[in-house]
Design a protein around this ligand. Structure first.
Ligand code: GBH
Length: 483
């Protein structure tokens, strides 16, 4: 703002859109797919707003050509999607049968994307653990079993698509799998200490155990890729972490200022510090003591240095107020309150349909800088960024399609990213908007829409691009330097 030189992005900057298998595919029982923990979780009354599930979702399993046409219409260069593990190995385990039809489906999709000139980025795991592995041994609660099964699945996938896919993401947002799945139980498999919500779970320990397993499984998959495929395929692999920016509730209070770093450490550095620094953050060790697993030399050797790029999912910012009491046993935030207003009652940003999301684009630039400083200016791929719109689901169609709120969100956030690149030396090289389509928004069901494309769930999953679908391409056209 105010500078004469406009910020820009490098000529090879990769941009496009993102989705996840369970949120869009549907065809939950087709062609041999086995159930995931989300299929099971959705059947429990009261877990999903409106009682929905991913049974049909956007029906993308049968509409890959429509999705590719949308990507082309938006001028996208890339598409990030995830694989359904239980479509490929229906029971999930290393000694379980492989489903050829599942592999063929994704192979054809990858071929079609490449034919259309769109670069695929593949996420191996976007929360949809094969249900059998949860039942068999507790999924990521059992590190040895989980790591061995994930490694087997990863190798199979690298073998099947490796030569054509150059960008791999092991896990999407391990924080969500750990905390929402095993601490507050709002996501599958729904574990929590709160016995009104779940018969199983221990919110004082399980998320830390699960997070540790996910990190080791990530490290194991990366080692397989680097040892067996990287030379042949020349691709890159990393993990995607979610995290919001933190501003002090009271900037005059040093405790609040300090709590901001602690908030980001508990959300992001929990995973990123082991990967870049070979240890958990001191603030977490201090608060959690021996409830945080310790690193064996073998495990940390797998994890340290395991990112070719930093995958960043980012949506919003919060105000942080330090607590003055002792931390509770089930606390995952770092003994602080996460608020949407500061001490003077000023909102962090305008309201959206998502109670947790109030946009603040400057926070994106600040977090890019924070991460770059802490982790030595790694190459960053923004793998998700986007917003819901307040009341969107209840709007008349023409109003819904004219989503200026979302279009402005993208203009502001992408410009902030270009400022981080141009003015702060942040090495950001890719950006995927969330999401290509309105889709199954997990516990919020279908009532919350995140797409640049409207999906009419009542009428054959018909897709209609919103205003924001075209806007993103225009913004990148302006910012990316011509080669
Ligand atoms: C992404 O997560 C997901 O990767 C994607 O699948 C999803 O559709 C998209 O966001 C939109 O939600 O108030 O404690 O329940 C974003 C990160 C972190 C946002 C957890 C919601 C809930 C916090 N998410 N957060 S809480």
């Amino acid at each position: 703002m105010g500078s004469i030189e406009q910020s820009n992005l490098p000529s090879d900057f990769l941009w496009g859109f993102a989705t996840a298998a369970y949120q869009i595919e549907g065809a939950a029982k087709e062609d041999g797919r086995g159930p995931s923990i989300w299929d099971t979780f959705c059947k429990i009354p009261g877990k999903i707003a409106g009682g929905g599930s991913g049974d049909v979702a956007c029906d993308s399993y049968h509409r890959t050509h429509e999705d590719i046409a949308l990507l082309k219409e938006c001028n996208a260069k890339a598409y990030r999607f995830s694989l359904s593990w239980s479509r490929i190995i229906p029971l999930g385990g290393r000694n379980d049968p492989v489903n050829k039809k599942g592999i063929e489906f994704y192979q054809k999709f990858v071929d079609d994307l490449i034919d259309a000139g769109i670069t695929p980025l593949i996420t191996l795991f976007h929360w949809d653990l094969p249900d059998e592995l949860d039942k068999r041994y507790g999924g990521p609660l059992n590190k040895e079993e989980f790591v061995a099964d994930f490694a087997n699945y990863a190798r199979l996938v690298f073998e099947a698509f490796g030569s054509k896919v150059k960008y791999w993401i092991t896990f999407n947002e391990p924080w969500c799998s750990s905390v929402l799945g095993y601490n507050n139980g709002s996501f599958a498999p729904g574990h929590t200490s709160d016995r009104t919500k779940s018969p199983v779970g221990d919110s004082s320990t399980e998320q830390w155990i699960v997070g540790h397993s996910l990190l080791v499984a990530h490290g194991a998959a990366v080692k397989i890729y680097r040892d067996e495929f990287k030379q042949r395929d020349g691709g890159e692999i990393g993990i995607t972490l979610n995290g919001d920016w933190a501003e002090p509730w009271d900037p005059e209070n040093p405790a609040d200022v300090e709590a901001c770093d602690r908030k980001i450490e508990f959300a992001i550095s929990w995973f990123a510090d082991p990967i870049y620094h070979g240890k958990y953050p001191d603030s977490m060790v201090k608060q959690l003591g021996d409830r945080l697993p310790t690193w064996t030399p073998e495990d940390i050797a797998l994890v340290k240095g395991s990112n070719d790029f930093y995958g960043m999912n980012h949506y919003c910012a919060n105000f942080i107020r330090a607590k003055t009491t002792e931390p509770e046993l089930n606390d995952v935030a770092g003994n602080l309150d996460i608020l949407l207003e500061d001490k003077n009652g000023v909102s962090v940003g305008p309201a959206t349909q998502s109670p947790w999301l109030q946009p603040s684009a400057i926070g994106f630039r600040k977090l890019l800088k924070w991460l770059s400083e802490r982790y030595g200016y790694p190459k960053i791929y923004v793998t998700e960024n986007g917003t819901s719109v307040l009341g969107e689901n209840d709007m008349p169609l023409d109003e819904l399609l004219n989503d200026e709120f979302r279009a402005k969100y993208f203009r502001d956030y992408i410009s902030a990213m270009a400022d981080a690149y141009t003015l702060d030396g942040v090495n950001v090289r890719a950006y995927m908007a969330w999401s290509l389509l309105d889709n199954f928004e997990w516990a919020e069901g279908y009532e919350t829409r995140f797409g640049v494309t409207y999906v009419d769930y009542e009428n054959d999953q018909k897709r209609i691009p919103k205003k924001s679908a075209k806007e993103i391409g225009k913004v990148f056209d302006r910012l990316i330097q011509k080669a």
